[in-house]
Design a protein around this ligand. Structure first.
Ligand code: SF4
Ligand code: MG
Length: 320
């Protein structure tokens, strides 16, 4: 399959300003040299604890942020540094579904206005056409036509996320970055929204970058998964091999924490010691060495890079 998104050596740093002159005195290394390839029609999951750089990665890919260095190739075009009208045009093809459906929908706009906004921004359509397009989008996400004239606060969290999804679909994008799309929702409605995203993927030929901290949610959604720690990608594998045979000690710890209902499959939980170091002052060598149960002396010196150790399975750790 063709590659839709190719991320090469991506770094996104936030400058830390300080002192009387507000000079840059350091950097928060939110994303520190990651590589991702996503093929057309696939769902790439991105997992890791909060603060590991998942959201910054998603926002950089959508060019809501400009990367510090590296390259973003989208559908064969280099979008790393595009600006202004070129960026505006390119944006039609990549959209975002946000984590918090309460905060991301304007409370003063009707649902019809919210969902039609991207269309109004990019295309000239008559009022009548616009309305029927929006009602069709609402239908596709499971909302009745009457939703058109209502306001977001009249809906439940799950329904609001459906409104957010309809808005993301309005321009028929190629890529959707979904950043924790169900983590603000009740567990009882999470799977409905996830299944909706899956149905829409087939129907609209979508490619997803699916960001979540919850490994069981990512497992449910993704074809391939990347595990991030402190701005770095530490392991990339297809869904099955990642869960059946996690290689990186960090991934092993994350997976050991997933509740397993079958007692025969239950493994001992690996509890990590210590806190995640600050991305403003990351450790030398392997970023995980301060918490790694397998760390050796050289782990503080050598920074391992992602290596393919089995077909399609990459890991950044000196043990391999
Ligand atoms: Fe642990 Fe060393 Fe591997 Fe890092 S390189 S994950 S510290 S064993
Ligand atoms: Mg986040």
């Amino acid at each position: 399959k063709e590659v839709l998104l190719d991320i090469q050596n991506l770094k996104t740093y936030y400058p830390i300003k300080g002192g009387f002159l507000k000079r840059t005195i350091g950097n928060v290394k939110a994303v520190d040299d990651i590589n991702i390839q996503i093929k057309k029609g696939e769902t790439m999951g991105l997992v890791g604890e909060s603060g590991c750089g998942k959201s910054t990665t998603g926002r950089t890919i959508l060019r809501l942020l400009t990367p510090t260095s590296g390259k973003i190739i989208f559908d064969g075009k280099d979008i790393t540094k595009i600006k202004g009208n070129v960026l505006r045009k390119a944006r039609q093809d990549f959209q975002m579904v946000f984590q918090d459906p309460y905060a991301s929908l304007n409370p003063t706009q009707s649902v019809g206005d919210i969902v039609s906004e991207p269309i109004r921004n990019y295309r000239k359509v008559s009022k009548k056409e616009l309305k029927s397009e929006v009602i069709e989008l609402l239908r596709r996400v499971g909302l009745p036509p009457e939703a058109y004239d209502k306001y977001a606060h009249e809906f439940s969290g799950g329904q609001r996320q459906r409104i957010g999804i309809a808005r993301a679909l309005a321009l028929k994008p190629k890529l959707i970055v979904a950043d924790e799309p169900v983590s603000a929702l009740d567990v009882s409605v999470q799977s409905q929204v996830l299944n909706l995203l899956k149905e829409l993927q087939d129907e609209f030929d979508l490619t997803y970058l699916f960001i979540a901290h919850d490994l069981s949610v990512v497992k449910h959604m993704s074809d391939r998964i990347g595990v991030m720690y402190l701005g770095n990608m530490v392991e990339v594998a297809d869904n099955k091999s990642l869960y059946a045979e996690p290689l990186h000690p960090y991934t092993q710890a994350l997976i050991s924490a997933i509740p397993e209902t079958d007692p025969k499959k239950r493994k001992e939980r690996i509890v990590l010691q210590g806190d995640v170091p600050s991305p403003a002052n990351p450790p030398s060598g392997c970023p995980f060495h301060t918490r790694c149960p397998m760390a050796k002396a050289e782990c503080a010196e050598i920074k391992p890079t992602l290596k393919e150790v089995k077909p399609g399975h990459q890991v950044a750790c000196i043990l391999y």
